[in-house]
Ligand binder design. Structure first.
Ligand SMILES: Nc1ncnc2c1ncn2[C@@H]1O[C@H](COP(=O)(O)OP(=O)(O)OP(=O)(O)O)[C@@H](O)[C@H]1O
Ligand SMILES: [Mg+2]
Length: 500
């Protein structure tokens, strides 16, 4: 048997940003045909490390070897030529182009007249899509796709460039279980083809499914590397957080009270006749496959999308919501799943972002800045936002820490109903616990909390009851005492299974 070749080797990589040493003397090796998982808390340096590999950053110190060749030219184009493809954490599709154009972006096929060969491009893209077993139309606009679809397109794109090393930064953070299974299959297939994969994930369940080796990063250091089966999940967590964590879910201390918010026959473009009652002190789950209409329903409730029929009652009185302000004035808050588009002003500081929805609260000449800063500092500690100061612009935070700021900015406001849309996406295990705790505390204080989640374990761990949606309708309801993945999934598949 031929020895497996080393695909990538990192030697003593260090990289600093103002005020932060993001990577400190990191070394590890990935063989061809191997999936090497990289884990660590938010801000541990995972994304920075992969950018040092794919040429987006030049490391301050250390060396990168690709198939034995020492890399001296650090730019993304060169690394692509060397066979390194990256699927980034924050995707940047071009919404007004077709799926095919996005797949071929940067290398659009040309005919002999140097014109884009559209016919070839569409047929090639469609062939790829079909071959991989997906159901997209290559001519559809990217705009029409959800976050999860966009992610899958990125994967198709990486496969299509015949990359030898594929880096996936949290590829499963926004896709549902069925789609995760599809992705895992692709990873297995890539491994068989001899491709080396670096796989970053906060979903500990999947590490052993796809991974062969594992490296733990903590505060920019590579703590250790292991064969994946040499560590238990608890041992992995302990290495990541640097302490022992006994429970992944906090104790439930909230008590479900009387009805608070009733939704009757609510309809919009992508949801139909939705009925439910949210109680005081309750955490209500919304489970379902991506595309089931959960986000759309909640966007309707929050006034982001038009409602075409139905009513909403708050404490028995009808509330009319035609714009976001109406919802906020009634104490209804929606925390978006898409932090980049809706959640954050990236060039503004953490402090300003947190202050943004609370401008009223901070009225006054001098006091406001002080109060705003105090809240921001408090949130920084509570949610363990990893940043040198609260004046750091949001864009220089790691992905998971940006998500924490989105959550922080709404939590400083007093409200009765909080809708969390995939609140723990991309968030490390320690901070997840803190977010669950915040939801439970809010409910304990009498708020009604709705959590949209594609992670069944967290619905089961945190909610008192869950609705299940499929194809824009509520297809079932499961009480906490009856919770099981099977019970919930059966309703999620209630309609005919939605396509990714
Ligand atoms: N462009 C930048 N400018 C300044 N600081 C940065 C920049 N990029 C990353 N950092 C800082 O470097 C550290 C590591 O960030 P990185 O994005 O690599 O973390 P991560 O492990 O990928 O976290 P996550 O799980 O949240 O995605 C963080 O403290 C982050 O704030
Ligand atoms: Mg990251």
């Amino acid at each position: 048997m031929a020895e497996k070749k080393v695909a990538i080797e990192l030697k003593n990589i260090s990289k600093s940003f103002p005020g932060v040493k993001a990577l400190d003397n990191v070394s590890f090796t990935v063989n061809e045909g191997e999936c090497h998982v990289l884990v660590g808390e938010n801000g541990a340096g995972k994304s920075t490390l992969i950018k040092c590999i794919n040429g987006m950053y030049t490391a301050d110190e250390g060396e990168v070897y690709v198939f034995g060749e020492k890399i001296t030219t650090h730019n993304p184009r060169y690394m692509k030529e060397k066979g390194v493809a990256t699927i980034h954490q924050e995707l940047n599709p071009v919404p007004d182009l077709t799926i095919a154009e996005n797949i071929f972006l940067g290398r659009l096929p040309q005919n002999k007249f140097k014109m884009i060969n559209k016919k070839y491009m569409f047929s090639e893209a469609q062939r790829l899509i079909d071959e991989l077993g997906f159901k997209y139309d290559a001519k559809a606009l990217m705009r029409s796709l959800t976050v999860s679809d966009t992610q899958i397109i990125e994967i198709i794109k990486a496969i299509s460039v015949n990359a030898k090393i594929i880096i996936m930064d949290e590829p499963t953070s926004s896709i549902t279980e069925a789609e995760v299974a599809v992705l895992h299959e692709q990873v297995m297939r890539l491994k068989k083809m001899g491709i080396a994969i670096i796989y970053i994930s906060h979903k500990l369940d999947e590490l052993k499914v796809v991974g062969d080796r594992l490296t733990v990063l903590r505060d920019g250091h590579s703590i250790s590397s292991h064969d994946i089966n040499d560590l238990t999940q608890d041992e992995i967590i302990a290495k990541m957080v640097g302490r022992k964590m006994d429970n992944v879910y906090p104790e439930k201390t909230n008590k479900v009270g009387e009805p608070l918010f009733e939704v009757k026959d609510l309809s919009g473009e992508k949801f139909h006749n939705v009925n439910f009652t949210l109680h005081k002190g309750e955490i209500l789950g919304m489970a379902g496959l991506v595309g089931a209409g959960r986000t759309e329903t909640c966007r309707g409730i929050f006034g982001l999308d038009p409602i075409t029929g139905g009513t909403m009652l708050l404490n028995g009185k009808e509330v009319k919501v035609s714009k976001v302000k109406d919802a906020i004035d009634n104490g209804i808050i929606y925390l978006s799943e898409d932090r980049k588009l809706e959640g954050l002003v990236l060039i503004r500081s953490i402090c300003e972002n947190i202050g943004l929805p609370n401008l009223k609260k901070y009225k006054g000449v001098f006091l406001n800045k002080i109060a705003e800063r105090k809240d921001a500092e408090e949130m920084k500690t509570k949610l363990r936002i990893k940043t040198p100061t609260v004046d750091t612009p949001a864009m220089s935070l790691s992905g998971g820490n940006q998500q924490k700021v989105v959550i922080a900015k709404w939590l400083c406001k007093n409200c009765d109903i909080l809708i969390f849309d995939e609140p723990t996406r991309g968030i490390d295990v320690g901070a997840k616990y803190e977010i669950y705790k915040i939801m439970i505390d809010l409910a304990e204080q009498g708020a009604g909390v709705i959590m949209i989640s594609s992670e069944l374990p967290e619905i089961i761990g945190v909610c008192d009851r869950t609705l299940v949606m499929a194809e824009g309708r509520v297809t079932g309801e499961v009480m906490r005492e009856d919770f099981s993945q099977e019970a919930i999934m059966s309703f999620a598949l209630g309609g005919s299974a939605a396509n990714g």
